[in-house]
Write a protein that binds this ligand. Structure first.
Ligand code: ATR
Length: 286
């Protein structure tokens, strides 16, 4: 950055992240690194907000003069309902992870997870294109919703949602599918979905530290398919290790976290910040 680190003045712009629990959030480290790099007079703080105080906390953002906030688990749907205005992509996903305070003191909501997902693929697998074949999405939770919406918007020719709870995948498809390009299958029946896939994305928590690992036979997956895991702890999940071992291109999940932060940072502090290897190290270092 140009100016180097600088301490916030009385005129500093303040943003933060609302969630519960918030102690493990990487967002303060992410935005704090960018603020230091660009020498911006600002601050980004954790805002630990228990579920029964979420509405109160959201109303307090403009009252306290914050420029905005990120929203994480379990408040993304609550924040969606609290917004005065929404971006199209937030409306589509039904959740908000980025809030900006308008000049009138209103809450403007955005959903940047899908943007982060696509930018992570664009930077992590240069030349690869979403339009070139079917995408297989494992999981049907909030993360899957953002990923599927982004894939549809980017022109994926087919999106196959595989989930343990099939009914949940059916609801997701009913909410998002407009062109009839989405299908649903049980997580256990992956083979048929993988056979001509161009992309495989894990949005479940399987493979995360402390969680059961993802059991999936990659044999039917074409060798030129790209494999992406949203899990980034560990960075090299068993899924990515298996995909790499058979020669598939792989993209880890950390980049999605970094890129999803860009639209908020730009809105609050006026800079579209860079995602670099140094940023990955800064965000991971404990
Ligand atoms: P997120 O917001 O990160 O998507 P979520 O909404 O809780 O989190 O969704 C978690 C996803 O991981 C779901 O698809 C869930 O499957 P179900 O809908 O069947 O619950 C999936 N998941 C979590 N633990 C799982 C497990 N042990 N086996 C299979 N799928 C699992």
């Amino acid at each position: 950055g140009a100016g180097g680190p600088r301490l916030p003045s009385g005129a500093a712009r303040v943003a933060g992240v609302i969630g519960w629990p918030i102690g493990h959030s990487r967002s303060p480290r992410l935005h704090g690194t960018w603020l230091a790099w660009y020498g911006i007079d600002g601050a980004y703080v954790p805002l630990p907000t228990p579920p029964d105080r979420a509405d109160e906390a959201l109303r307090a953002l403009p009252a306290l003069g914050l420029v905005g906030a990120n929203v994480t688990v379990p408040h993304k749907e609550r924040a969606f309902r609290a917004c005065d205005t929404l971006t199209d992509r937030a409306r589509r996903v039904g959740a908000v992870n980025t809030l900006s305070i308008t000049e009138m003191g209103g809450l403007h909501g955005d959903s940047t997870d899908g943007f982060g997902f696509l930018e992570n693929l664009r930077h992590g697998a240069p030349g690869w294109d979403v339009t070139r074949g079917p995408a297989v999405v494992l999981g049907a939770g909030g993360a899957a919703r953002a990923v599927c919406a982004a894939l549809l918007e980017a022109g994926a020719p087919a999106v196959r949602v595989l989930n343990r709870t099939v009914a949940r995948a059916e609801t997701l498809v009913a909410d998002l599918d407009e062109g009839g390009v989405m299908t649903v299958a049980p997580l256990a029946d992956a083979a048929a979905a993988l056979i001509d896939a161009a992309l495989l994305v894990n949005t479940t928590s399987l493979g995360m530290v402390g969680q059961p690992s993802l059991v999936l036979d990659l044999a039917p997956l074409p060798p030129d398919a790209l494999v992406n895991d949203l899990v980034y702890a560990p960075l090299e999940t068993p899924l990515l290790a298996a995909a790499r071992a058979r020669g598939n291109g792989v993209v880890d999940g950390l980049g999605m976290l970094l890129h999803q932060g860009r639209p908020g940072f730009q809105a609050w502090f006026g800079v579209d910040p860079e995602v670099t290897p140094a940023l990955r190290r800064a965000v991971l270092d404990d």
